[in-house]
Design a protein around this ligand. Structure first.
Ligand SMILES: [Zn+2]
Length: 271
C-alpha cells in the first residue's frame, strides 16, 4: 500500500514552485494519500529531506531539487523524478510524461509499484538514446542570453560526456550519461581537461532518469541501452564562490571530427 507522496523542494527553485508542488499535490490526490512537503530551507524539515534523498534519491553534497518519491506502508520508497538542470521546461515535460505513463496508472492499481521497462527489438546506442530523449535546448547560464546546445565530448558504448555550450563557446554545464552512477570517469575526464582545482564535489550532482518521465517511446527503448532500466546523469555545474571564480569561465574549443562537432574544455576570463 502506498503511504504517501513526498517532495523535497525549495521555494526559491523555479523547477519546484509552483508547478512541481502542484503536480505532487495532484499525484497525492490521484493516489488518495497525503502529500509530505519537505522544504530544504526550513531547518526542521532539512534533516528528513536529506535522509530521504540520501537513502532513496539522487544524493550529493548540494543535491538537485525537486525530488519526488512514493513511500509505501512496508517501508519501501520509490524515487519517481528529479528536476532537470538543463531547463525548467524539461522538468515540466517530465511531469507530463510521468502523468501519461502506464507506470503512473499502475501506481493506483498495483501497489507493488515495481518499475518495468518493456523489452524492445529496437537497439539504440546510449549516444542515440541521449540524443533522442535526454537532450534539451538550454539557456546559457551566467554568460549571455543565447540558447545552449549539447555537444558530445566523449563517448563509448557505456557512457557519454557532453557539454551544454552557447554560440560563443561558453559552457553552462557538463553532463555524464551512463547506466551506472559512477562519478570517477567524469572526474577523470574533467581533471584531464581543466585540472583538479576547479572541480569541486559540491558542483557535482546526480539525477536518475526513468523511462516513464521521458515518454512512452523512451520507456520502450530504455531497456536496450540500460540493464537497470534507468539512465544516470551526473551534472557538473560550476557555482563560483569568489570574485576570482566569477571572472573565469569554462569554454569549449570545438572542431569538426568526421562531420561531428567535438571539442576540448578550457578555462578563460569571461570578458
Ligand atoms: Zn553564453
Amino acid at each position: 500500500m502506498i503511504k504517501r507522496v513526498s517532495i523535497v523542494l525549495a521555494n526559491y527553485c523555479p523547477h519546484c514552485v509552483p508547478f512541481s508542488l502542484r503536480n505532487a499535490k495532484k499525484m497525492a490526490e490521484y493516489l488518495g494519500v497525503p502529500l509530505l512537503v519537505l522544504d530544504i530551507e526550513l531547518p526542521e524539515q532539512l534533516e528528513a529531506a536529506d535522509n530521504l534523498v540520501e537513502e532513496h534519491g539522487d544524493w550529493s553534497e548540494d543535491y538537485l531539487i525537486p525530488q519526488v518519491f512514493v513511500e509505501y506502508t512496508d517501508g519501501r520508497v520509490e524515487h519517481l523524478l528529479t528536476g532537470f538542470s538543463e531547463a525548467v521546461a524539461a522538468t515540466e515535460a517530465s511531469w507530463k510524461a510521468l502523468f501519461s505513463s502506464s507506470h503512473y496508472q499502475s501506481l493506483a492499481h498495483e501497489p507493488t509499484g515495481v518499475p518495468h521497462s518493456h523489452a524492445s527489438s529496437h537497439h539504440n546506442s546510449l549516444e542515440e538514446f541521449v540524443e533522442k530523449y535526454l537532450t534539451f535546448q538550454g539557456q546559457c547560464h551566467r554568460h549571455c542570453d543565447n540558447p545552449s546546445t549539447l555537444v558530445h565530448l566523449k563517448s563509448d558504448s557505456k557512457s557519454l560526456i557532453g557539454a551544454y555550450v552557447c554560440p560563443s563557446g561558453y559552457v553552462s554545464r557538463v553532463v555524464y550519461f551512463s547506466a551506472f552512477p559512477d562519478v570517477k570517469p567524469l572526474k577523470d575526464f574533467l581533471y584531464s581537461q581543466v585540472g583538479q582545482e576547479i572541480v569541486k564535489d559540491r558542483d557535482i550532482r546526480p539525477a536518475t532518469r526513468h523511462g516513464w518521465e521521458l515518454g512512452n517511446d523512451a520507456l520502450a527503448e530504455i531497456g536496450s541501452v540500460s540493464p537497470t532500466g534507468v539512465i544516470k546523469e551526473i551534472y557538473w555545474t560550476v557555482y563560483p564562490k569568489t570574485e576570482d571564480e566569477r571572472r573565469r569561465g569554462i569554454f569549449l574549443r570545438s572542431y569538426l571530427k568526421q562531420g561531428r562537432r567535438r571539442g576540448k574544455l578550457f578555462i578563460q576570463n569571461k570578458q
